[in-house]
Design a protein around this ligand. Structure first.
Ligand SMILES: N[C@@H](CCC(=O)N[C@@H](CS)C(=O)NCC(=O)O)C(=O)O
Length: 231
């Protein structure tokens, strides 16, 4: 059985969930909900850097979300057809990771207004570049003539933005079309309608993650050091 170990939320495991979904690989979300559960996972020796997510698949223990998406891309034929395609996939996925960081941090912002402002600012930088790439490639996809993992991680990141900024794609029509196409893929549509899809991150997710990692909460939370062990 393919298992993905992470907090009870999307976070840095979500791109892997989308790649499993597009590949139509059944998987189990293993929610790590306490410091003891994380300690037990670390004690298995399956986390080379002591970090989550962990993906157990094909008898392998995968660490690092970018390695997971690329492994699944190779496995499922979502890495383009040529070395030049693969290079473009990597370049776009790298830019998407930079772009997605702002939505990963949105729930940690002090107010919704601050989150929306940071997301709009980041989209102003990257949105036109992604649109230009789609125009240049000219197939409706980011790389070559068909779907690659670059499209999947890009649309995953866009969903994280759109939940905060619903009018995000009004000025980027090709991105809007790609977004709709990827959401309609059978594996993705099934995943997004399943119980495995966690809701967008909010205070509960931020509190859960800090609790598991025994770290301080963002400064705007009351009693922000409540999970930090006293030495
Ligand atoms: N680049 C890594 C980042 C992993 C990461 O920072 N994981 C956090 C949870 S989101 C973690 O396990 N932190 C505990 C630690 O670093 O010891 C990835 O994308 O997989």
């Amino acid at each position: 059985m393919t298992r993905l170990h992470y907090f009870k939320g999307r976070g840095r495991a979500e791109t892997t969930r989308w790649m499993l979904a597009v590949s139509q690989i059944n998987f189990e979300n293993v929610a790590i909900e306490s410091p003891a559960a994380l300690a037990a996972l670390r004690a298995t020796g399956k986390l080379p850097f002591d970090q989550m997510p962990l993906l157990e698949i094909d008898g392998l223990n995968l660490s690092q979300s970018s390695a997971m998406t690329r492994y699944l891309a190779r496995r499922g034929g979502f890495y383009g057809k040529t070395d030049a395609d693969a290079l473009w996939c990597d370049m776009i996925a790298g830019a998407v990771a930079d772009f997605a960081e702002t939505s990963l941090q949105a729930a940690f912002q002090p107010t919704a207004e601050a989150a929306v402002q940071s997301l709009r600012g980041r989209f102003e930088k990257f949105g036109p570049k992604f649109e230009a790439r789609l125009a240049e490639n000219g197939t409706g996809f980011c790389v070559g003539p068909c779907l690659t993992f670059a499209d999947v991680v890009l649309v995953e990141a866009l969903t994280g933005y759109l939940e905060w900024v619903p009018d995000l794609l009004v000025g980027t029509p090709m991105l809007a079309v790609l977004y709709g196409q990827v959401l309609d893929l059978p594996g993705i549509a099934a995943y997004l309608n399943s119980a495995q899809r966690y809701p967008m991150a909010g205070d509960t997710y931020v509190i859960d993650a800090a609790g598991v990692l025994q770290r301080a909460l963002p400064p705007h939370f009351p009693d922000r050091n409540r999970f930090v062990p006293v030495s």
